[in-house]
Design a protein around this ligand. Structure first.
Ligand SMILES: NC(=O)c1ccc[n+]([C@@H]2O[C@H](COP(=O)([O-])OP(=O)(O)OC[C@H]3O[C@@H](n4cnc5c(N)ncnc54)[C@H](OP(=O)(O)O)[C@@H]3O)[C@@H](O)[C@H]2O)c1
Length: 337
C-alpha cells in the first residue's frame, strides 16, 4: 500500500529532511512539493539532491494538495501553517504541522505568538511527542510537532516530574546548533558572530519555556518552576540539554526510573554516561542520562534538532496517523564520526 504525501516548505531545513526520508520511505509516495513561490525543481533548491531525484516544486496551494495528497507535512513558520491547515483538514487531508500553531493551549499560544486563526482545530490537534501521545496520534487527522527544545527537555524530565520539589527553580540549560534557527540568516547566525563563539539568547524568556511548563503540567499534573535558558553553539545540528532540579528526597535511582518509563520505546536510549551530539546526529534517537547527588538531580539529553526535534518526529506522527509501523522510514545510523 503506497500513500501519497506532500511537503509544503520544501526549500527549508526541515523540509529537506522530510524529502530525504520520504524518497526511500516504504509506504509513503512523495507526490507534492511546494514553497512560497514554486516554479522550480527540488534539486535546484537543494543541490545535494542532484542525480538523486528530480521533482517539480509548485507554489503552495490548498487545491493542489487536496488533489494529490492523503497526508501533508507543513514545514512552515508559525502563522503560515494555520492558514493552510484549516482548509486542508476541512477537505479531508491529514496534516502533520511542524510549526508552533497547534502545539499549545489557546491562552499560552496567544500570549507568546499571535492571535490564533483556527481555534476549532487547535482543540483537536494531538501533540506529537511520540512516547506520550502514541495512541492519540493513531486516531487523529491533525498532529502538532513539539518544539525542538521541548522535545528533548520533556523526554528527559517528564519521568522525574513526580519526584521534583515544585517550589525550587528547575533550570533547563539548552544548547543548539544553528540549523535550529532555520535557513534565514540573522545577526546571531552570521558566521562571524557564531564561529568559535557561544552565547545565551532570550534567557528565561524564550517561548519554548512556556511550552515545556505547559506540557509538564498537562502530562504529570504538577506545576514546576521551569527556567529555560537556550544557547547557540557553533555546530550545524544537534541539541544538548542539561536540566538541574531539586528532588523531594535523595532516594531515587534515576537510571532505573528512565529504563522503566522507556522500556518499550525503541528510539529512546538510556545511557550510562553523559550524552553527546554526534551519537544522535542524523538519527531519530533521543539519548538520555541522569544522576543525583543528595537531592540534586541532573538530567542530560541529546537529540538531532532537525530530526527528532522536527522532521523524523513528524514522520513518525505521519506513520501512526496512517496506521503504519512507527519505525517505517526512520533514520537510525548516526553521521559519526
Ligand atoms: N529548524 C529546526 O530545528 C526546527 C525544529 C523544530 C521545529 N521547527 C519548526 O519547523 C518549521 C520550519 O522550520 P525550518 O527550520 O525548516 O525553517 P526554514 O528553513 O526557514 O524553512 C521555512 C520554509 O517555509 C516556507 N514558507 C514560508 N512561508 C510560506 C508560505 N506562506 N507558503 C509556503 N511556504 C512558505 C519557506 O519557503 P520559501 O523558501 O519559499 O520562503 C521555507 O521553505 C518552523 O515552524 C520551525 O519553527 C524547526
Amino acid at each position: 500500500m503506497m500513500i501519497n504525501v506532500g511537503v509544503v516548505g520544501a526549500s527549508g531545513y526541515t523540509g529537506l529532511e522530510l524529502v530525504k526520508m520520504l524518497i526511500t520511505h516504504p509506504n509513503f509516495h512523495l507526490k507534492y512539493l511546494a514553497t512560497t513561490t514554486g516554479d522550480t525543481v527540488i534539486e535546484a533548491l537543494h543541490p545535494s539532491l542532484v542525480d538523486v531525484i528530480t521533482y517539480p516544486v509548485e507554489k503552495a496551494s490548498v487545491e493542489s494538495v487536496v488533489k494529490s495528497c492523503e497526508l501533508v507535512f507543513l514545514a512552515l513558520p508559525h502563522k503560515a501553517s494555520m492558514g493552510f491547515a484549516k482548509d486542508l483538514i476541512a477537505q479531508g487531508v491529514k496534516v502533520v504541522d511542524l510549526s508552533a500553531d497547534y502545539r499549545l493551549e489557546l491562552e499560552t499560544y496567544e500570549d507568546i505568538y499571535c492571535e490564533h486563526e483556527d481555534k476549532e482545530n487547535l482543540d483537536r490537534a494531538v501533540y506529537a511527542l511520540i512516547e506520550y501521545y502514541r495512541e492519540d496520534l493513531k486516531k487523529t487527522t491533525l498532529s502538532a510537532g513539539p518544539g525542538c527544545y521541548p522535545t528533548a527537555t520533556l523526554l528527559g524530565i517528564l519521568p522525574f516530574a513526580p519526584y521534583i520539589e515544585e517550589s525550587s527553580p528547575l533550570f533547563v540549560d539548552a544548547k543548539s546548533g544553528l540549523s535550529g534557527a532555520g535557513k534565514k540568516l540573522s545577526e546571531n547566525t552570521h558566521f562571524v558572530t557564531i564561529n568559535e563563539n557561544m552565547f545565551a539568547y532570550s534567557p528565561l524568556r524564550h517561548r519554548h519555556g512556556a511550552e515545556i511548563a505547559e506540557k509538564i503540567e498537562k502530562l504529570q499534573g504538577v506545576k514546576l518552576n521551569v527556567n529555560f535558558v537556550p544557547h547557540l553553539i557553533p555546530v550545524t545540528r544537534g541539541e544538548l540539554i542539561s536540566v538541574y532540579a531539586t528532588l523531594k528526597d535523595d532516594t531515587i535511582n534515576p537510571i532505573e526510573i528512565l529504563k522503566k518509563r522507556y522500556e518499550s520505546d525503541p528510539f529512546i536510549r538510556i545511557r550510562e554516561n553523559p550524552v553527546d551530539l554526534k551519537s544522535v546526529a542524523g538519527t531519530h534517537f533521543c539519548d538520555i542520562y541522569a544522576d543525583i547527588k543528595g537531592n540534586a538531580l541532573f538530567v542530560n539529553v541529546a537529540i538531532d534538532n532537525l530530526l527528532r526535534g522536527a522532521s523524523s518526529q513528524a514522520l513518525v506522527a505521519g506513520n501512526l496517523m496512517c496506521g503504519l509501523p512507527e519505525e517505517a522510514g526512520i533514520p537510525t545510523i548516526a553521521y559519526m564520526p
